[in-house]
Design a protein around this ligand. Structure first.
Ligand code: BGC
Length: 764
């Protein structure tokens, strides 16, 4: 019975569709477009057949929020032009318009004033939260907790969606081995395996099971590709990497997002093998759309089409539009290249109209999947916005995520956890009272001064005497999204008071590091020590009190050799978002036992960069004899990092034992025992690394191929098992083919990438 009625329904929609194709009537179109999702393909084709070339190109055009959208319409200049384009249906998407009222204003124009009433898709950089911020993505990666990371993305999606946004430019899945690169804060670190798992968690979190729900938003895997490898860590710089690195390191997290159903990709500012990513056919068509079968759409990065002129690849904007469209960039973010040039290029035969159809089809499909044709105002509900933004549930989730992101780097003299009673504690450092910096970069919708500071977090523990002294500033002048942070602090007048306070204390907690706006886009560094006079402050205070707990706030690995040698306890607390101070206080006081592990190696020295755990052995890995020079090393520094990938301590201790392997056909079953040998309950990230000893293309000395976050009571033992399949044992050859070669493999198990517990198996 049900089947029969659905057949009748399908038939009537097809008839309506055919009728509408003849008439092109906006009302009839609207009825068809509201029909159930099984018809998306037909609906898109039907709509496309009604569209003029300019309207199709309009879908490929994205504008930044450009005028007070709820105020009077702009009369002149750029804003007026954009406004006119919007009314003509020449704009398919806008970014950086936020809040229900504003988004409703632009959506209304798209729906009511344009010929076909096609809704806009509204993009925004929801990178680690909207108004309520979770830790920066690199910090979240340190949790290795995929469920928590997924939940964090879910929360961000829900809050942003309530403000009218339906598309985030996240996750950034660029692998980076270079802490000088400021955007390392936005990614999941240096490893493609961990990076892929996190990429999937984030896409699933943002997009949910059903994109047409009003609390899920479209995700965007960016920046395709290679952006994290900009030479010398200087943002926007040239990328020059080999095929093997491209296939085995850069591509996997992107591929993983496709498996997770990501709907959009963003290309990148950099060139790859001499061709800017935005104009790169190999990347966007050959790999992404053909080889990987990606059926969503690709948005350019901001102005990246125009930038091809500066790159020396396009002679003018028209040429840039031609190259980009032919190479598979579907949407132009703020280059004005498509809207101004593409129609002429089609008429001149330089860009085929079927490519325009393909791009518009991809974009319209995503809009249908979001349910925007059924109800273009579905994300726009003032009441929901009011009830949702800043809701306590987001803060609760942010606090949990923040605690999980903290990495205990060192804990000597049992300095941590702090005793809850009877201690005199000195708290030092400008960052300890900062309520803006912990929000980190990419926090456009969050209010300044809205994070819980470390001082506020610690004040909740009332059993101790807590005294604060700033010591020194981290930076001077303005700190915001666009201004260069000035670090030439020279004022040491606060040292005296800090010394006096430290002298009287049992324990000194020093919160030092980078300002939240010192990492992120355009924020590369050549030195990775504590900025300004903070190192001097640390050493000065150390002279009067050696019981220091150093709490680091930073958006990337820092070089902290002196601290590692001298300071008994070091806590990596990144930029942890809105609940930062509460999370740090709970860890310092032992109400939360830290379990984070580094997602990126900490160098000893900037000269070691790029430094990463999955390096190649080289032909000269070992010292050939006493004092002989001819091996792969530095004269003045060790090869190893200060803190390796996967490293992190707990207030309890763990032992790995009983490592066994069993060969099952083409699979390797690995098992071992993990024991909590300490006195506290705790969590450990058990890690499995593989080394393919001989291969047609040399393999890294270790590659992460499995991990599990395990919680154990004191003295509890758990048997852990992993199964390695072709997927974990193979690699991409230089033609991009995934191959598995028989031979000997080493398997390592432990709590960091430098673990020594190993065994060997033979793959037939
Ligand atoms: C960044 C992108 C971002 C875009 C829009 C660009 O500068 O590279 O990651 O999504 O701006 O804000």
């Amino acid at each position: 019975m049900r089947k029969k009625s659905s057949n009748i329904f399908i038939l009537s929609v097809i008839l309506l569709l055919m009728a509408c194709m003849k008439t092109g009537n906006k009302k009839e179109l609207a009825i068809i477009n509201k029909a159930p999702s099984v018809f998306i393909k037909e609906k898109v084709n039907n709509l496309l057949s009604q569209m003029t070339l300019e309207e199709k190109i309009g879908q490929m055009n994205q504008y930044n929020g450009f005028w007070d959208v709820t105020g009077p319409s702009p009369k002149d200049g750029d804003a007026a032009k954009k406004y006119e384009h919007l009314k003509k249906g020449w704009v398919g998407s806008m970014l950086n318009v936020r809040g229900v009222k504003n988004i409703r204003a632009v959506q209304k124009i798209a729906i009511e004033d344009t010929r076909l009433g096609i809704p806009l898709i509204i993009g925004f950089d929801v990178i680690h939260g909207y108004k309520t911020l979770s830790p920066i993505p690199l910090a979240e990666a340190a949790s290795w907790d995929l469920d928590a990371i997924k939940k964090s993305a879910q929360m961000a999606a829900e809050e942003a969606a309530s403000a009218g946004i339906n598309w985030t430019f996240a996750p950034m899945v660029d692998i980076s081995r270079d802490a000088r690169w400021g955007r390392a804060m936005e990614g999941a670190g240096e490893d493609p395996y961990l990076g892929s798992k996190i990429a999937i968690a984030r896409v699933e979190g943002f997009q949910g099971d059903d994109l047409s729900k009003h609390h899920t938003i479209v995700a965007c895997a960016k920046h395709f590709a290679g952006y994290g490898f900009s030479e010398s860590g200087r943002d926007y710089n040239t990328v020059d990497i080999g095929t093997s690195t491209l296939y085995n390191i850069v591509f996997p997290p992107f591929q993983a997002t496709i498996d997770a159903g990501v709907k959009t990709f963003m290309n990148s500012f950099n060139e790859l093998n001499g061709i800017p990513a935005t104009g790169n056919t190999y990347l966007q068509r050959d790999i992404l759309k053909e080889k990987w079968n990606f059926d969503g759409f690709v948005v350019s990065d901001w102005g990246s089409m125009t930038e091809m002129i500066a790159h020396g690849h396009a002679k003018d904007l028209k040429h840039a539009a031609e190259i980009s469209a032919n190479a598979g960039s579907d949407m132009d973010m703020e280059s004005y290249a498509y809207v101004n040039e593409l129609a002429n290029l089609v008429r001149e035969g330089k860009v085929k109209e079927n490519l325009i159809d393909d791009a518009a089809r991809r974009i319209l499909t995503v809009k249908f999947e979001l349910g925007l044709f059924e109800d273009p105002y579905k994300y726009l509900d003032e009441k929901r916005e009011k009830e949702t933004i800043g809701n306590q549930k987001f803060h609760k989730a942010s606090l949990e995520m923040a605690k999980k992101s903290i990495v205990l780097l060192k804990n000597k003299k049992n300095l941590l956890p702090l005793k809850k009673k009877g201690q005199k504690i000195a708290l030092i450092g400008a960052l300890a009272t900062d309520k803006t910096s912990p929000l980190g970069n990419w926090r456009i919708a969050a209010e300044d001064n809205s994070a819980v500071s470390v001082l506020e977090g610690m004040q909740k523990y009332k059993g101790n005497k807590l005294t604060y002294s700033k010591g020194a500033d981290v930076s001077i002048g303005k700190t915001d999204f666009i201004t260069e942070v000035k670090l030439n602090v020279s004022d040491k007048s606060g040292f005296k008071k800090a010394i006096a306070v430290a002298k009287k204390a049992d324990v000194v907690v020093m919160v030092l590091g980078e300002h939240g706006f010192q990492s992120g886009e355009g924020r590369s560094r050549t030195e990775l020590g504590l900025p300004g006079v903070q190192q001097e402050l640390l050493e000065t205070v150390f002279k009067v009190n050696k019981n220091i707990v150093l709490v680091l706030n930073n958006g990337r690995p820092l070089t902290i050799n002196w601290a590692d040698k001298n300071i008994p306890a070091i806590v990596e607390a990144w930029q942890l978002g809105s609940q930062s101070g509460n999370a740090i206080a709970e860890v310092l006081y032992g109400d939360y036992n830290p379990s984070g592990k580094l997602p990126m190696s900490f160098p000893r020295n900037v000269g070691q960069i790029p430094i990463y755990y999955n390096y190649k052995n080289t032909g000269r890995p070992n010292l050939p004899g006493p004092d002989v020079v001819f091996w792969s090393h530095y004269q003045d520094e060790k090869n190893t990092p200060l803190y390796p990938f996967g490293y992190g301590l707990s207030y309890t201790t763990f032992r790995y034992s009983n490592l066994k392997t069993t060969m099952l056909d083409k699979k390797v079953k690995v098992s071992f025992d993990l024991t909590n040998t300490g006195h506290l309950k705790g969590k450990e990230v058990a890690q499995l690394y593989v080394r393919d000893l001989v291969a047609s293309i040399t393999r890294p000395v270790r590659e992460l191929k499995g991990f599990e976050l395990v919680e154990l009571k004191s003295k509890e033992t758990k048997k852990i098992e992993f199964t390695l399949t072709n997927k974990e044992l193979g690699f991409y050859n230089n033609s991009g083919k995934f191959i598995v070669e028989p031979g000997s493999f080493k398997i390592f198990i432990g709590g960091s990438s430098t673990t020594s517990l190993e065994t060997q198996v033979e793959l037939k």
